[in-house]
Ligand binder design. Structure first.
Ligand code: BGC
Length: 500
């Protein structure tokens, strides 16, 4: 490939147009502790809300599986780091399990075996020239924390800070990229609003907003702690947000355009505005809409908590970068049919919009993910416009299917999205890196093992959980080694081969 590019430059061969990634652009793969590690009750690890929910009621998971073993990364990490070098990763994004470090979640008892595991893991990454990119929290709350109300209890902010401090003390000298919290949107909306993720609580219209405030405070206090006490460690610290692009259903209808914008603020803005905007508060539109609805519904005050001046001050600017997980897009509309569509009160009822997808968008086997590469350019451009061009890392992007080695559909998805991300970079977005979801097939939350996202297949029927490279691993390796995206794909959604 390098030879090919050289010949291109020298004019010796006819070149297809392509895109060169900027100098210093980093490529990685992402994972999370709960979805990868297994060893759920080994070496002193305490239970998380997912362990408890699944063990109590296996039917919450589509294929009734558990993550007790998952990919077995805990025992197999040395071999898996070899796979990472095989695809040429610059960094590996992993998360730390709070209950492996602090079995009950409280900082009175540190589990040394947990510290040792991550310490060895980080050392092994570094030894193999792979930069550790660590997430402090990726959805696996210690069960004890939940017994006290979890993310709806403001006390969690201090407990999170205790945990973060132990993390920085033990790993901060070696880890230079930190994500405090992965995707607060599903943490709050799915965990405490609709109740489709652990802790499976349906407190819709109230719980998700209480959670949002506490997540923001936990994030911001962690950032502040790092600046005050750990700045010498010289790391960058950000938060990862979920960022579906929201397109007006009918772009010539003012109502739909407003609906799409409102939904963007309800989804992304609730977390991004306080941290990345100049006002440093929840979006004005969201505050107004929730307050009005709350009053109409007889609540004595808005169900959306307020942020005090001090809190606004603390949260504003509390990130060195924005992590964005980019997967899909939706169409948004607002008309009479939306009335009565959602439970009252609820986050979606507050936003008052209908959400759908275009029939022409190729779908994956996961209803959440459609093939809409241009949505990646649009969301990145919007973030640039709304938040004054923050430094962005695309911390996840991937395509699920039912398996098979010849994953041309995934290759096409990754190529097309990378192309769209590069389009945003060329239009001035400060995107510094990209991380594919995911290195190997893993536990996909309520979808168990039914969704395969991996560059590597994991054979869950073999005793060693054998990993085998798919075509997409080869494709990604080409990208990481050449830093060049060849235009031998037609980046056109109609041509995608959807393998479902
Ligand atoms: C989450 C991952 C998940 C992926 C695919 C992301 O929103 O951060 O944990 O596996 O989506 O479903």
């Amino acid at each position: 490939m390098q030879v090919y590019i050289l010949l291109c430059f020298l004019g010796a061969v006819t070149c297809q147009q392509g895109r060169q990634f900027p100098e210093g652009f980093l490529f990685g793969a992402s994972s999370s502790a709960y979805q990868y590690e297994g060893a759920w009750n080994e070496d002193g690890r305490g239970p998380s809300i997912w362990d408890v929910a699944i063990h109590n009621k296996q039917s919450v998971i589509t294929d009734r599986s558990t993550a007790d073993i998952a990919t077995n990364l805990y025992h197999n990490y040395k071999n898996d780091i070899k796979l990472m070098t095989e695809v040429g990763l610059d960094f590996f994004r992993f998360s730390i399990s709070w209950s492996r470090i602090l079995p009950t979640g409280f900082a009175n008892k540190i589990n040394q075996a947990g510290i040792d595991y991550y310490s060895n893991f980080i050392d092994e990454l570094i030894k193999n020239d792979i930069t550790p990119f660590a997430t402090i929290y990726h959805w696996d709350l210690p069960e004890k924390m939940q017994e006290m109300g979890g993310w709806t209890n403001p006390a969690i902010v201090d407990f999170f800070l205790d945990y973060a401090k132990i993390i920085f003390d033990n790993f901060g000298e070696r880890v230079k990229f930190w994500v405090t919290i992965n995707e607060p949107e599903p943490v709050c909306n799915n965990g405490y609003g609709t109740g489709i993720h652990a802790p499976f609580l349906n407190l819709s219209g109230i719980g998700e907003y209480m959670c949002a405030k506490n997540v923001l405070l936990a994030h911001a206090r962690t950032y502040e702690l790092y600046q005050k006490k750990y700045k010498y460690q010289n790391g960058k610290i950000g938060i990862t947000l979920m960022s579906e692009w929201l397109e007006p259903y009918n772009s010539s209808a003012a109502e739909d355009r407003q609906a799409a914008y409102d939904m963007l603020l309800f989804n992304l803005g609730i977390f991004a505005d306080p941290i990345f905007s100049k006002t440093g508060d929840f979006p004005q539109i969201v505050k107004k809409m929730v307050a009005e609805k709350s009053l109409k519904q007889g609540f004595p005050r808005s169900r959306l908590p307020t942020l005090s001046e001090d809190e606004v001050e603390l949260i504003r600017g509390s990130a060195d970068f924005m992590g964005l997980n980019i997967y899909s897009s939706n169409l948004v509309y607002r008309n009479e049919s939306v009335r009565g569509m959602y439970p009252v009160p609820s986050f979606k009822d507050d936003a008052g919009v209908g959400i759908t997808v275009a029939r022409s968008w190729p779908r994956s086997n996961f209803e959440r993910i459609q093939f809409v590469p241009w949505g990646a350019t649009k969301i990145l451009m919007k973030v640039k416009e709304l938040y004054d061009n923050p430094t962005v890392y695309v911390t996840e992007n991937g395509w699920p299917n039912n398996g098979g080695f010849d994953d041309e559909d995934r290759v096409h998805f990754l190529a097309s999205y990378l192309n769209s991300i590069m389009e945003a970079v060329n239009r001035g977005c400060d995107v510094r890196g990209y991380s594919v979801w995911t290195l190997m097939d893993c536990f996909e939350w309520i979808n168990g093992y039914t969704l395969k996202f991996g560059l590597y297949q994991v054979d869950y029927s073999s005793p060693n959980l054998t990993r085998t490279a798919r075509k997409s691993a080869e494709f990604y390796k080409n990208i990481t080694t050449t830093r060049y995206l060849l235009r031998d794909y037609d980046y056109n959604e109609r041509d995608v081969v959807v393998n479902i």
